[in-house]
Ligand binder design. Sequence first.
Ligand code: PMV
Length: 331
Amino acid sequence: MQTVTARAHTNIALVKYWGKKNQELILPYTNSLSLTLDVFYTDTSVQFDPLLETDQFLLNGENVTGKSLIKVQRFMDLIRSEANIAMPARIESTNHVPTAAGLASSASAFAALAAAGSRAAGLDLSLRDLSRLARRGSGSATRSIYGGFVEWERGDSDATSYAVPIQEQVDWDIQMIAILLNRHEKKVSSRSEMANDVATSPYYPAWIENAQTEVDTIKQAIAARDLNQVGQIAEQSAMRMHALTMSAVPPFTYFEPSTLQAIAKVQELRAQGLSCYYTMDAGPNVKVICSARETPQILAGLSTIFPKEQLTVAKPGPGIQYLPPQQRSDL
Ligand code: PMV
């Protein structure tokens, strides 16, 4: 059967998704909204092969086994059952994202696998159905099907929970600087921590109650191309999400000392008149929301405490793409 290669870019949530009301289908309690980025992406090739005994998964050239392989096999089972085939597949991924360092590699990974896997199985899914399929791998992957600003509508069933593009062509000056503070695999997965926060944080009901206002307000700010308003809501949503981990039983934080240092630096630069705002996901790394125009000054400020190699500038990126095999970046 044919080999299909897809590229998906990662996304960073500005209004976070944190908590599932259905673990099996990955249905979230709240809507969320993200920006897809250009420099972090995953290329994945899939080929179904009747001669294989089981699915094979190579990530960055290395054979994957154990829990990660099982997660991918379960995802491939969804595709096989939809396409009505039984064959195992050969899957090869190259991650242009520091894996599991809080830079949402699972978002681009499962979006690329949904696209390449479904097409290799002979399915011709709409973008909406691709988004629904990607959701079954990882919640944040739901949004990586589209470029620019994207909302994940929580829905209340498999059929109604998918992403919608809000502004695919971002024609105004907004971008992010990713501060890589820790490259290592995170110790506590977003999946287990969010489940524990839903179950034990007394603040979880308030999180649900506030989420829709944040999504509605940020959509107005995006339509008005208002960087300061977008940044303020993003900071608020990130800190509220991290407050859920801190208020859970047992209490926990993804923050490291350097996370707080980065936050303080962003606040300092803002006090000097620069429009910059921070957000953090399920890891210690900080992403700074800012304009391209002010990026040189913000980079100069950040590089007084972080080496330049830890700072990556990312612009709004595109949605899912299919690549001819020779265009794979690692070949
Ligand atoms: O990638 P997931 O589905 O395990 O969830 C991660 C959630 C955050 O990245 C922290 C927030 C978000 O909305 O992407």
